[in-house]
Design a protein around this ligand. Structure first.
Ligand SMILES: Cc1cc2nc3c(=O)[nH]c(=O)nc-3n(C[C@H](O)[C@H](O)[C@H](O)COP(=O)(O)OP(=O)(O)OC[C@H]3O[C@@H](n4cnc5c(N)ncnc54)[C@H](O)[C@@H]3O)c2cc1C
Length: 480
């Protein structure tokens, strides 16, 4: 089948390429194709539809697990469709192709006073891939998901039709395609409402917290702010369990920044090229690698906790939008420090009433299994109107675990144990991060009527079932 597609001359490369999830613990050999126009993408889909060839969509490949890879499949890589199609700097409305990344977006609009309404922790996420899973940011509790700010999308269906969808046109498709993990159609154009900003800086306040409950309480007391993000020291034992740091930030009001033309400049936002004045940031991951074991990470976490405590005693300070939002991009390629096994991120979304209990249990179980997460991040969320929503009225906890040959089985056992607790408390999981959930677990965590609706749309939009991924297969997303 794949050969037939290749011989049709539509797949631009007949070479198998090894593609990996961002966490490097999942990989697949794929036939890569990289269209530059909607018409090319359309021809590939039409041909695949006729031949029944399976395709997996991919943006920047920043999903941790296997959401944008598919073994022996054709890869439809959208990164070369990366043009800004229209920009209205008066109203902040932008039309882009799906390969445009968050960094391209703010580089285009910030000097006009507009920032993306929702950004992920990395600015490398593409808009198509970001909508494929419907990303959230540190402002999720107030601004929702990226999809909540989309005015219109063009969707190329699995059989090659091009549909314009919005909250009022093909409404069911609009709310289903966004967040469905690329199995219903290819988003080929996005019209997005950007957010007005009057400064290139946000005002940040730091709180040192002794437990997850205290962090949640401080978050609840700051719902008038724009951003809330908590770091938890998941290696701290016993009475220090759940200690951490909360960063609370808000956009500046008009007039608060006395030199907006300066702070809105791109040069003001750039992350520094060197660390401590002399270490090139491209080398930092090697330094991190030296600490990637339990004693090393305990040291790093303890040092961070105490440094943050000192910061918390200081008055609020200003930080650039890029500096505040993309902390993880300070160390490019930091996932390489987890080589050779890579890492998994286990992020769960739990209703408010159960969040503290579930997240504390996750830390305790991890410590008991001898695999404490090296990074743990707490965020607050709102429900959203999308069919495949992972959101709940509550909190999420994202835990990074190293994958090593010797801990792999233990890690999977631990994840399944934690998953049972999340399911019991009505929690959800997130396509962008998952690489472990089984079909049985996924189906017990997600409303059956929504899965039926997804399958019904799938049969209308992709009748030959060509769009899939390793993740969709693993969790039986499209199976009865
Ligand atoms: C360091 C780091 C920090 C992160 N922080 C956050 C965060 O704060 N919040 C958050 O929500 N996520 C976060 N993520 C996850 C990341 O934002 C998502 O995985 C996002 O989907 C990545 O975008 P991408 O362009 O790389 O998409 P890919 O990973 O390539 O694809 C994602 C999904 O979308 C589908 N897809 C791709 N293109 C299209 C298209 N044009 N049409 C339809 N479907 C498509 C793919 O098949 C796949 O299922 C983070 C990731 C990293 C590495």
């Amino acid at each position: 089948m794949q050969q037939a597609l290749l011989s049709g001359g539509l797949v631009l490369s007949s070479r198998m390429e090894r593609m990996r999830g961002w966490g490097m613990s999942h990989g697949a050999d794929m036939y890569a194709t990289r269209p530059t126009t909607v018409e090319q993408a359309q021809r590939i889909l039409e041909r695949a539809h006729e031949e029944g060839v399976k395709i997996t969509l991919r943006g920047s490949g920043q999903s941790y697990g296997d959401a944008s890879i598919g073994q022996d499949r054709v890869l439809l890589d959208l990164t070369r469709m990366r043009r800004v199609l229209a920009w209205d700097p008066i109203n902040g409305v932008i039309d882009v192709e799906p390969g445009v990344r968050i960094v391209d977006l703010w580089h285009y609009t910030l000097e006009d006073g507009w920032w993306p309404p929702v950004v992920s922790g990395t600015m490398r996420t593409s808009l198509g891939g970001g909508l494929g899973v419907n990303i959230h940011g540190k402002n999720s509790f107030k601004y929702g998901t990226l999809g909540d700010h989309v005015l219109e999308i063009d969707v190329l269906t699995g059989d090659g039709r091009l549909l314009t969808c919005s909250p009022s046109q093909h409404r069911d498709i609009f709310y289903a395609v966004i967040g469905s993990g690329g199995v219903l159609g290819v988003i080929t154009r996005i019209r997005l409402q950007m957010k007005r900003v009057y400064s290139g800086e946000v005002l940040v306040e730091t709180f040192s917290t002794r437990s997850i409950q205290e962090m949640i309480d401080v978050m609840e007391a700051h719902l008038d702010q724009d951003y809330l993000v908590g770091w938890v020291d998941a290696l701290a034992p016993g009475f220090q369990l759940g200690r951490g740091t909360l960063h609370v930030a808000r956009n500046l009001q008009e007039g608060e920044d006395k030199r907006p033309h300066h702070t809105l400049k791109l040069s003001y936002q750039e992350l520094p090229e060197v660390f401590l004045g002399f270490v090139p940031k491209s080398m930092l991951w090697m330094g991190l690698w030296m600490f990637l074991h339990r004693p090393g990470m305990r040291l790093v976490n303890t040092a961070k906790f105490h440094a943050d405590r000192r910061e918390a005693s200081r008055p609020p300070y200003r930080q650039s939008h890029a500096g505040f939002n993309f902390l993880l991009d300070y160390v490019p390629g930091w996932q390489k420090s987890y080589q050779p096994g890579g890492l998994i991120q286990y992020q769960t979304f739990v209703p408010k009433a159960a969040a503290r209990q579930v997240f504390e249990q996750q830390i305790l179980l991890s410590q008991k299994a001898g695999i404490p997460p090296f990074l743990a991040v707490l965020k607050k969320h709102l429900p959203d109107p999308f069919l495949m929503s992972y959101n709940v009225d509550g909190y999420s906890f994202a835990l990074d675990y190293p994958v090593r040959e010797r801990n792999q089985r233990r890690l999977h056992r631990l994840a399944h144990e934690m998953t049972e607790i999340v399911i019991q408390h009505g929690g959800r999981f997130y396509f962008a991060k998952d690489g472990i959930l089984t079909e049985n677990e996924f189906k017990r965590s997600f409303p059956a009527d929504r899965l039926r609706q997804l399958r019904s749309l799938k049969s209308q939009l992709d009748p030959s079932g060509i769009l899939t991924s390793d993740m969709a297969d693993r969790i039986g997303l499209l199976k009865e």
